[in-house]
Ligand binder design. Sequence first.
Ligand code: PMV
Length: 357
Amino acid sequence: MIDSMAPENMTFTASAPSNIAFVKYWGKRDAAIQWPANDSLSMTLTRCRTITSAKKIPGSRDIFRFEGQELTSDRKSSSHKVFEHLGRLREELRVTSALDITSQNTFPTACGIASSASGFAALTLAATAALTGETEWDKLAVLGMPRQRLAHLARMGSGSAGRSIFGGFVHWAAGDTANSQEIVEICPSSHWGLSDLVIVFSGHSKHTSSSDAHKAAWGSPFFPARLAGIHSRMERVRAAIKSRNIEALGEQIESDALEMHAVAMTGTPAANYIQEDTARFLAWVRQERSTGGLPAWFTIDAGPNVHLICETNAYASVAKRVAEAWPQVRVIMDQIGPGPTLARGTAKELFGEVTNV
Ligand code: PMV
């Protein structure tokens, strides 16, 4: 790669969606190379996104502004990860230019909506475009950056980010060796209209980061049992998606989320993401389903908020029942989507003012 492919001050913008895992990535076999303990499978979303712009600048210091605030590259700060990621991308592309990055989310950060997934996906794409001057997938592939490679780079920033490089339903296979990992779009978003109602109980950051919780999983007595059952879980989830069977899918995603949280709650140290409201909501969903035929199933990431999954044709009735029973609670409506976009131009030029969903 030649370090002058993109001129300085030309802005490139990526818009990458978050994703919700139906089979959770939980635990790493090797943290240094981001090798997960198990396969995971997710649905890429549409409205919950990170929009990130990047341009090359003179000098050697990267600048990163998140929602108007400049982040520090101090090694001890949590924002150090994004600067480290830029270094990794430059090394991969064999370039040296510094970057000026601005980034914003369309949803509350660090609350169980995977902001690190959309964040590292958007950062990987925007920075790669700024460093290469290229925005088209096939041209990036010619430069040695096919989508699969971009997904692997994104997952080095945050594991779940690799899945946000694709749309629809995405399988991240852990592989038998770290190098045989694969991230694959198994069905496009057009295959099945699914919605995700994100029930926001808290917009605050989680107390235990997922990196710490991934380590703690190995201390849980339930973790070996979870890993032993992952292969058959994955088969069942893939089959339910292929045949568009919402009951079969729903049963698996609830069970997988509860299993992940059982591991988190019994890890060393233990992490408890489920708050009182979360627990009451889960009980309500199951009760309404069995007595009132509510056609929706829950899943929960590393935060107190709940993702309620239903077929898009049932969305309006599910949303109405949630609003009636939980009038105080904020609900973000999202749905399956086709994945990220990458283009030349600023966020404002491409998307106008970005507002929260
Ligand atoms: O990508 P990380 O390290 O933030 O881990 C994500 C973990 C979960 O969101 C809870 C599950 C998943 O597969 O997305």
